[in-house]
Design a protein around this ligand. Structure first.
Ligand SMILES: Nc1nc2c(ncn2[C@@H]2O[C@H](COP(=O)(O)OP(=O)(O)OP(=O)(O)O)[C@@H](O)[C@H]2O)c(=O)[nH]1
Ligand SMILES: [Mg+2]
Length: 397
């Protein structure tokens, strides 16, 4: 099965706690603070892997959690950073939040995105020593990781896409012009999932062409198989509209498909097209086609059965398929890091510290809810002693 959708839950690792420790050596009665820092929590990263065809590798599992950072230890030993989780997705995967906000479009091979950044490690008490405070009896706790529900949707990346009614000969054409070998049969909806083929020109240039299931009237509303797969035409810069020319009414068939493209939206009805009137071997007279439309850049009569007209069509395909826009320098549409919530003002008004008795909140303690979340994130357990200002309380969530 071809899976072009997946829902996943990603969770980054919590940062490790800084250590609260003092040097202990023989003959050194009062060693200085030597607590090391906690390690960073691991990230969850998505990257576009050109060897993947679809999202099926992510289907079995739902939760992808990165490792937490190790705690710091005495002797200034730092905790290890938590291992990140790297998830390979096919090129063309779009990542959205549950409420439909697009957060990343992994449209180029190798593109990466951190979808859940690991929490920072806490600083150990060695870091807090100052001339006036030589024995800091506290260390910072690590920051919690984050969790996000994400929807992944693959939209194939191809230079051109085949469109047409079922049985028009789209798959036969792809077999003729490319290295792909999609199934061909004499019944509608033979093709049930998209197939990508690479077309090569004599001078070595390459184009990718997508073959998708046939469209019928109402496809844009979900009739037949079309609606699901129209999304795979979105990224194609050229549509190759295949029409069975042996059955007459080519103009009407053209209009039927064109209406569905327009109803689907996403600019599909503005794409330049090549119209291919297929099955020329079946009719002695060339199939008539009278549509006069600026989007139709060329009309070709071919036979996928005999190969007539195919070489010429290939040549025109290369001539008309606009070269892929080169990624511009500095055109980084994809952020390295994602912040799902509106970014809070960059402040760290308070900190949760670990002390030898429990925890201490320093700085401007926040409202109850936020404080509770921060304490839980810092690993405070019910019953633990929490100091806030001059108050000492036993934490009861
Ligand atoms: N005589 C003749 N038959 C053809 C030609 N091209 C395709 N066919 C036949 O038409 C039928 C449909 O071809 P497919 O390539 O499977 O058509 P399709 O458009 O991919 O169909 P779906 O995947 O069902 O949408 C098959 O039986 C092909 O052998 C042609 O040029 N001449
Ligand atoms: Mg087919």
């Amino acid at each position: 099965m071809f899976h072009d959708r997946a829902r996943i839950l990603v969770r980054s690792g919590r940062g490790g706690d800084g250590a609260l420790s003092f040097r202990r050596e023989k003959y050194v009665p009062r060693g200085g603070p030597d607590g090391g820092d906690g390690g960073r929590g691991g990230d969850v990263v998505l990257f576009a892997d050109p060897s993947l065809r679809d999202l099926s590798s992510l289907r079995g599992r739902r939760v992808f959690a990165a490792e937490r950072g190790g705690h710091g230890r005495g002797a200034r030993k730092h905790g290890a950073d938590g291992a990140s989780v790297e998830l390979a997705v096919p090129v063309g995967t779009q990542v959205t939040t549950e409420d439909g906000r697009l957060v990343a479009d992994l449209a180029r091979p190798g593109e990466r995105i951190v979808v859940a950044g690991g929490g920072a490690g806490g600083r150990g008490n060695a870091r807090f020593a100052t001339p006036t405070r030589q024995a800091p009896r506290f260390a910072e706790t690590g920051l919690p990781g984050v969790e996000h529900a994400l929807e992944l949707r693959l939209k194939l990346v191809a230079d051109a896409a085949l469109a047409g009614l079922p049985n028009a000969g789209k798959s036969s054409l792809l077999r003729r012009i490319s290295n792909a070998t999609p199934k061909v049969a004499d019944y509608p909806f033979t093709t049930l999932q998209p197939v990508l083929g690479t077309v090569e020109s004599p001078d070595g240039a390459q184009l990718t062409v997508a073959d998708v299931p046939g469209l019928i009237e109402g496809a844009s509303e979900g009739v037949g198989l079309g609606h699901e797969f129209l999304a795979h035409l979105e990224r194609a810069r050229l549509l190759v509209h295949v029409i069975d020319g042996s059955e007459g009414d080519a103009d009407e068939r053209f209009e039927t498909i064109d209406r569905e493209l327009a109803l689907y939206g996403a600019g599909l009805d503005q794409r330049p097209q090549i119209v291919v009137l297929n099955k020329s071997d079946l009719t002695p007279e060339p199939a008539p086609f009278a549509v006069d439309d600026p989007r139709v850049l060329a009309v070709h009569r071919v036979s996928c059965a005999t190969g007539a007209g195919i070489a010429e069509l290939k040549r025109v395909l290369f001539a008309l398929c606009p070269a892929a826009p080169a990624p511009e320098e500095g055109d980084v549409a994809i952020p390295e890091f994602l912040d799902y919530r509106p970014a809070p003002p960059p402040r760290r008004a308070f900190r949760v510290l670990r002390t030898d008795r429990g925890f201490r909140v320093v700085g401007e303690a926040p409202e109850a809810e936020e404080l509770e979340e921060a304490l839980r994130g810092a690993g405070v357990r019910p019953g633990a002693l929490v100091e806030i200002g001059d108050e000492e309380l036993e934490w009861q969530p």
